[in-house]
Design a protein around this ligand. Structure first.
Ligand code: FAD
Length: 496
């Protein structure tokens, strides 16, 4: 093995997980030689770095090279529709295209995770401290808004590599949204990272006029013992018997690891690499004539994804000041000149929150679940659904609208990632099975009804009907609002 192709550790995929692991390993006191391999490019351009385009970039043409844009197989419960699965490509992975929302998870989620893996390190008490070490929160909230946002001194991070902002500017409409929610009776949180359930203001991973990505946070000061190779898609893991000893790229180039080979290529590509390496269900490996390294039936199975619907309602004229496309062009120009203006400092605009459904335990669909699932869902802080509402001025129409995703938490349906062929260049087969379990259908419909009621019966000046929802029955909601990962009405398209 040539020295230049041999490392202590090889890390595959430079997304969130890969950037953190490679950088932390390389900075340990023994200074191991670490190779980080990324399929995509270096993402050195700036088109993805504009904070004000956080909600538009991933679905724009400019993101073509940074987004795999996978498609699911036609979904039975969604009338045969295919769903677009967005995944980031290049340094930073999905953080190069994501929507910049940042909050800690809910208390109960982490405690359940710790229980499932039998390791207290994953409990809320311990992970909360890690979240704090990871972030530097820049909270510039003016005193007049402290009634809506306030984190207890010492409860958030001040020295971590991930810069998170709560800017001093608030989008027109945010205060209306929060006061409407409070008056309607929605439980409110002044710190959405407290681990509790309720609605509060969402912070963003943007700072100094730029998007914050996994590579800007973890690869900005790389030591010489960390080598990064982009445009290096890994085809398979190399083995000596059952011991992983390195990887082979699609080009045929091989790299070797004397210590460990770490696969961190994301929830879809990691199982694909394992399957191509002969690790997975025997019948699937056989069907593609892939020699078996190790039979592991779970690889690619039990894929869980939180599906969502998007509710959008136009608002009465004058709810927020109107903006035009020429305003947007001017702001973009300003950002290009000096990274300032509304494109550089995206104002606080979106609220976020996790909620329970009061009557969950009375649903037949809940009662039919197994005991373990029921125990988790009944815990006081296990959410049934999540929302992220905002009020947006739309420069394409001069009007404004209220919009929110309604996201199903703890889906009981499970999907599957499998191989299309033994060719590493082929996209994997993604079977989501959204809403296959009756519990998921019931909870998504009931949660959507709750949000529909808020839209029509709070002081939000919404114009009926909600876009695309002409009826209010369960069937109307299921058929007309069925999950949209590839939004039919891109929610933030050119909207600020
Ligand atoms: C449109 C969108 C919006 C989102 N919004 C938010 C948000 O607001 N807040 C939030 O917290 N999360 C959000 N997320 C999710 C979040 O970004 C991801 O959960 C997170 O980045 C996943 O990290 P990862 O390391 O598992 O995978 P990724 O970040 O996806 O990284 C995987 C990397 O592996 C590389 N790779 C794949 N195959 C190979 C191969 N064969 N060889 C070498 N490299 C390979 C990929 O190119 C990629 O760079 C969003 C995601 C998307 C797509």
């Amino acid at each position: 093995m040539a020295l230049e192709s041999t490392f202590d550790f090889i890390v595959v995929g430079a997304g969130t997980a890969g950037c953190v692991i490679a950088s932390r390993l390389a900075k340990t006191s023994s200074t191991p030689r670490v190779l980080l391999l990324e399929a995509g490019e270096g993402n050195n351009g700036l088109s993805h770095m504009v904070p004000g385009q956080r909600g538009t970039f991933w679905c724009s043409d400019a993101a073509d090279m940074l987004n795999y844009r996978y498609k699911s197989v036609p979904e039975v419960e969604l009338g045969g529709r295919e769903i677009q699965i967005d995944r980031g490509r290049g340094l930073g992975g999905s953080t190069a295209i994501n929507i910049l929302g940042w909050d800690y998870s809910s208390r109960e989620e982490m405690d359940e995770w710790a229980r499932q893996v039998g390791d207290e390190t994953w409990s809320w008490a311990e992970t909360r401290e890690v979240f704090k070490q990871v972030e530097t929160l820049h909270d510039d909230t003016p005193a007049e808004f402290h009634k809506y946002i306030y984190s207890k001194p010492g409860s958030r991070g001040t020295g971590g590599p991930v810069h998170v902002s709560l800017p001093s500017t608030w989008a027109p409409g945010l205060e209306l949204l929060l006061s409407a929610a409070k008056e309607y009776g929605i439980p409110m949180l002044r710190d959405v990272s407290s681990g509790d359930l309720g609605l509060g203001v969402l912070s963003m991973t943007s700072y100094n006029g730029l998007r914050v990505t996994a590579d800007s946070s973890y690869l900005s000061d790389i030591p010489p013992n960390l080598i990064i190779k982009t445009e290096s898609p890994v085809a398979r893991i190399l083995f000596d018997g059952k011991k992983a000893i390195g990887v082979e790229l699609t080009s045929g180039t091989q790299y070797f690891a004397t210590r460990e080979t770490i696969i961190s290529a994301g929830a879809i590509d990691s199982p694909k690499i394992l399957l191509l390496s002969g690790i997975g269900p025997q019948d699937e490996l056989a069907s593609h004539s892939i020699p078996v390294t190790s039979v592991l039936p779970g690889v690619g199975n039990n894929f869980k994804d939180k599906c969502m619907v998007y509710l959008k309602a136009h608002l009465q004229p004058g709810t927020v000041p109107s903006i035009s496309m020429s305003d947007v062009a001017r702001w973009q120009q300003q950002w290009e000149e000096d990274r300032t203006g509304p494109m550089g400092v995206e104002p606080c605009r979106i609220a976020t929150g996790y909620f329970k459904l009061d009557n969950l335990e009375t649903f037949t669909e809940f009662q039919q679940l197994d005991e373990q699932a029921k125990q988790l869902l009944m815990r006081p802080r296990t959410p049934a659904y999540e929302i992220a509402p905002g009020i947006f001025a739309d420069p394409t129409t001069g009007g404004s609208f209220f919009g929110t995703p309604v996201i199903l938490m703890h889906p009981q349906s499970t999907g599957k990632i499998s191989l299309r062929s033994s060719n590493p260049a082929a996209a994997p087969v993604i079977q989501l099975n959204y809403l296959q379990n009756p519990y998921d259908r019931r909870v998504l419909v009931e949660s959507t009804k709750k949000v529909v009621d808020f839209i029509y019966n709070s002081k939000i000046p919404a114009v009926e009907p909600i876009v695309g929802l002409t009826g209010k029955t369960d069937e109307d909601i299921l058929v007309q609002q069925s999950p949209k990962m590839n939004f039919d009405h891109p929610p933030y398209l050119q909207v600020y």
